[in-house]
Design a protein around this ligand. Structure first.
Ligand code: TRP
Length: 469
């Protein structure tokens, strides 16, 4: 085993390191895993995964999603992390310095910056609602089995322009505060504390849900597939969710990879993160669907599932208000690590590329997001009549980021790593210059990255956009 400091000397691209000032990074190996997991776990697990599973037919969707994670998600994640750790820079500069010729592969990084705006645009709004719902739940005002009451509570929030903006900005300030503390003292420390709390709270709610009479129907919905539900759009949604869930396709994992320790096992970390994230999504499904079915609610409510159905479900159960408060707290906690990773893509770019100090870079990025995000925040109020392709800004940001931008970004990252960056650098990065004994697995991953993942993404993308219809 060569020592970690030796490994760091030899990693390709590390010559670039000398040009940068001393960089902050994740400090411990467990810290690396938890920070990366903190990025993956988020509203994707507790809001998007149940919503899509509910509206796309349950178990079949889960299977598509799991296959997407295995054949596309993990290879893309590994590719991004490897580039980031080798280049040790923000997404744009990492792509630029990893390109052996003058080809404009840095555009993938630039596309990522755009995706960060699109995702944060609607994500900060949903996180803002969740935050608001913690207080609504505490006050007991949404504890009702009547859908009129829960709908009125949700509508009064989202149709109020001022409230929508305020909750979004409060959320942005919280996320910005974490970023201001830096990579090891901010991102790593906060996610390390929050992930265990999140897990405990989620398990509490899942046990409550599973022990309700009639929980079996919900489990059946989650785990018994009905193959007739597979369509082009379910396939695209499943692949899109895999991208969204693993925070891949827009440079967040390039950025996080740049903070990885040189002795970190990249593929091992990616596997741990992907499986833990998937388990947390399934656990959220188990926390939600048995209860939804037990009290006779519909699973296919769409994006409002968490805000309309969930309060009624909790209102139906003993000590429901207590569990509802816990549920919204855990959801908000989950959203923080994810948002931090999205904001960090912008901050590291502004900081390193535009040479603006980290504090100012954070403030500028937050201001930019506050302005851009207000388009999504006002989608149900002031701007509700403005639609592009029949979608409000909120829905447009959500749909285009997951279903187009991230898959396209991931597709190009596979092509770049498999065919431009090449086998030698990939192997050096994944085996830590030969010090890890994982050649077989690395060869298999490289095969997926070259031939399988990009082809699958392309087919699903074209199919989902109606090209073969
Ligand atoms: N993975 C997060 C979730 O599931 C969302 C997220 C964080 C994300 N960073 C990202 C999605 C980068 C795409 C790209 O909630």
């Amino acid at each position: 085993m060569s020592s970690s400091s030796q490994a760091s000397q030899q990693v390709p691209g590390s010559e670039f390191k000398e040009k940068l000032p001393l960089r902050d990074g994740f400090s411990t190996r467990l810290g690396v895993v938890l920070a990366t997991l903190g990025s993956a776990v988020g509203l994707g697990n507790i809001w998007k995964f149940p919503t899509l599973t509910g509206s796309s037919g349950g178990a079949v969707f889960i299977i598509i999603y799991i296959i997407s994670v295995l054949l596309i998600g993990i290879p893309v994640m590994v590719s991004e992390l490897a580039i980031g750790r080798s280049a040790r820079a923000n997404a744009v500069d990492s792509m630029r310095t990893s390109t052996p010729n003058k080809a404009p592969w840095w555009l993938i990084g630039a596309l990522g910056i755009l995706s960060a705006f699109l995702i944060m645009g609607f994500y900060t709004e949903v996180a803002g609602w969740v935050f608001a719902y913690i207080f609504k739940a505490m006050s007991g005002s949404i504890l009702s089995t009547s859908s009129e009451v829960t709908t009125a509570a949700f509508t009064s929030l989202v149709t109020n322009s001022v409230l929508s903006l305020v909750w979004q900005w409060v959320d942005l300030v919280i996320v910005g505060a974490v970023i201001l503390f830096g990579v090891s003292k901010g991102i790593e420390r906060v996610t390390k504390t929050l992930i265990p709390v999140l897990l405990v709270l989620l398990i509490v709610v899942a046990i409550r849900s599973l022990t309700l009479p009639g929980a079996g129907e919900g489990l059946e919905f989650l785990f018994k597939p009905d193959l007739s539900k597979v369509t082009a759009s379910t396939l695209l949604a499943g692949v899109g969710l895999a991208f969204f869930k693993l925070s891949i396709g827009m440079g967040a994992m390039i950025t996080y990879g740049s903070y990885f320790r040189q002795d970190q096992n990249i593929s091992g970390t990616a596997l741990r993160v992907a499986f833990s994230d998937m388990s947390i999504a399934l656990l959220a499904g188990v926390a939600i669907f048995p209860a939804v079915f037990a009290y006779g609610f519909q699973p296919d409510a769409g994006p409002s599932l968490v805000f309309l159905t969930i309060p009624s479900v909790f209102a139906s159960m003993p000590a429901g208000n207590f569990f509802m408060v816990i549920f919204f707290i855990l959801t908000f906690i989950a959203s923080i690590g994810a948002q931090v990773s999205l904001l960090e893509v912008l901050v590291s770019y502004v900081n390193e590329h535009l040479k603006i100090n980290r504090k100012a870079a954070t403030v500028y990025s937050m201001l930019g997001l506050a302005v851009f995000g207000s388009l999504a925040a006002l989608s149900s109020s002031l701007l509700s009549n403005i639609k592009l392709f029949g979608l409000t800004f909120f829905d447009l940001f959500d749909f285009t980021s997951s279903n187009i931008f991230l898959p396209v970004g991931g597709l190009f990252i596979c092509i770049f790593v498999g065919w431009v960056w090449g086998k030698e650098k990939f192997f050096a990065a994944l085996t830590n210059n030969g010090s890890l004994n994982n050649q077989g697995f690395v060869s298999f991953l490289f095969f997926l990255i070259r031939f399988v993942s990009p082809v699958l993404v392309l087919l699903v993308l074209l199919n989902g956009l109606g090209v073969f219809a």
